[in-house]
Design a protein around this ligand. Structure first.
Ligand code: S3P
Length: 429
């Protein structure tokens, strides 16, 4: 994909359904009784990998009148897969599905692409093993492919060293199959879609978020059954983030993004944009199925650098590539700290972001837990996405304010979370 600078992005758009929520609808619907009807499901490669895995586990999932219908077979209704489960590029599929599979009476194997098979799985292998699961890294390096043999699980309390919704959700799902209570404390609250949605499905789930600490605990007890739901997936704030950034940094722009999920555990980007001086207005705020939504109006603004650190990080972790792009054209210096988790995403995003910013002429420095970005002007470059969807989209936005042409290599990788990204973009021209 080749892009160049422009001005005046104007229009009203909507972004596809939330990736995290779309995964969970399929998973929880599969182990619920009755049907789950999902509207605005994200047809991205990651969520399609989740569908593929649950079909391989015997679940009938169909598409009817633009809805996805999951014919749940109950907590104990999955059947042994004939083959290794292909999780593609998706960390969420791998880690949440492992939690469910650990509690089954049959064995299974999971494997993904090169990026997925190099991401850390010890973070789920260790606590699942403490619960009595038989889960091993087949290559023995703590990564997938994973082998999961039948085991009987007991509830544990797990103090997670990382604020990770994938780890938390994996253990809560295993907890549905364990004897007694399973609880997870994380250093600060990560996205809480599992807690909100499992409760809607009828699970016995509790959450405690102490006022005097950033720590958050979620606990679950096994229940007899979950109940199929009707769910409309909110627009994905992680996808909206690219157009929020474009609206702020491209001169003479005004963009309205409709029906975006603004769950506070995901909405850190909004606070960061405001702190940087961005003109953002939330309209039509409402709550549906436990999730908050709004329409977001963005207008071109003069941005300035800030420091981003602490417990806001988990609420914007996937948006850091595009935040770094905004920082690269803001006035002054932006410092991002406490974000070492960036190293274990689809690529090492501390490296991929700073390398590509440098290629565009930006003074950016990687640090062990984040980066320092000095604002200035950008010039066109060839962007090495390393097949990371968020790098492709973030640097497509950078291209709009860079002098000369920018080439996004392997831009097709946007399919992972936002197959229609470039189509939405055209609506604003
Ligand atoms: C996700 C959790 C986050 C996020 C990922 C989706 C989820 O990962 O980066 O894109 O749906 O639970 P971690 O839990 O590893 O932080």
């Amino acid at each position: 994909m080749e892009l160049c600078s422009l001005t005046g992005l104007k229009g009203r758009i909507s972004v596809p359904g939330d990736k995290s929520i779309s995964h969970r609808c399929i998973m929880f619907g599969s182990i619920a009784d009755g049907t789950t009807e999902i509207r605005n499901f994200l047809q991205g490669a990651d969520c399609l990998a989740t569908i593929r895995c649950f079909r391989a586990l015997g679940i009938d999932i169909e598409e009817k009148n633009s809805a996805v219908i999951v014919h749940g077979r109950g907590l104990h209704g999955l059947s042994a897969p004939n083959d290794i489960l292909d999780v593609g590029n998706s960390g969420t599929t791998t880690r949440l599905l492992s939690g469910i599979l650990a509690g089954q009476s049959f064995g299974s194997r999971l494997s993904g692409d090169e990026s997925l098979n190099s991401r850390p799985m010890k973070r789920i292998i260790e606590p699942l093993t403490q619960m009595g699961a038989h889960i091993t890294s087949i290559p023995g390096n703590g990564c997938a492919p994973l082998l999961i043999a039948p085991g009987s699980l007991r509830g544990i309390h797990y103090d997670s060293p990382v604020a990770s919704a994938q780890v938390k959700s994996c253990l809560l799902l295993a907890g549905l199959y364990a004897e007694g209570e399973t609880s997870v404390t994380e250093p600060s609250l990560s996205r809480n879609h599992t807690e909100l949605m499992l409760r809607e499905f009828g699970a016995d789930i509790r959450t405690i978020h102490a006022l005097d600490s950033t720590k958050a605990t979620a606990s679950i007890r096994p229940c007899r059954e979950l109940y199929g739901q009707k769910i409309t997936v909110p627009g994905d704030i992680s996808s909206a983030a690219y157009f929020i950034a474009a609206g702020l940094i491209v001169p003479d722009s005004e963009i309205l993004i409709e029906n975006v999920g603004i769950n506070p555990t995901r909405a850190g980007i909004l606070k960061v944009c405001e702190d940087m001086g961005g003109d953002i207005t939330l309209l039509n705020e409402r709550t549906e199925g436990g999730e908050k939504l709004a329409d977001i109006l963005v207008k071109t603004s003069r941005l300035h650098g800030i420091t981003i650190e602490g417990d806001i990080i988990p609420t914007l972790i996937d948006e850091i590539p595009v935040i770094a792009v905004m920082a690269a054209v803001a006035e002054g210096r932006t410092v991002i700290k406490d974000a070492a988790e960036l190293k274990v995403k689809e690529t090492d995003r501390i490296e991929t972001v700073t390398d590509n910013l440098k290629a565009m002429g930006c003074n950016a420095t990687p640090t062990p837990d984040g980066m320092i970005v000095n604002g200035g002007s950008l010039k066109g470059a060839s962007i090495h996405t390393l097949l990371d969807h968020r790098i492709a989209m973030a640097f497509s936005i950078a291209a709009l304010v860079a002098e000369g042409k920018t080439k996004i290599l392997d831009s097709k990788c946007v399919d992972v979370s936002y197959p229609t990204f470039y189509d939405t973009f055209e609506q604003l021209l």
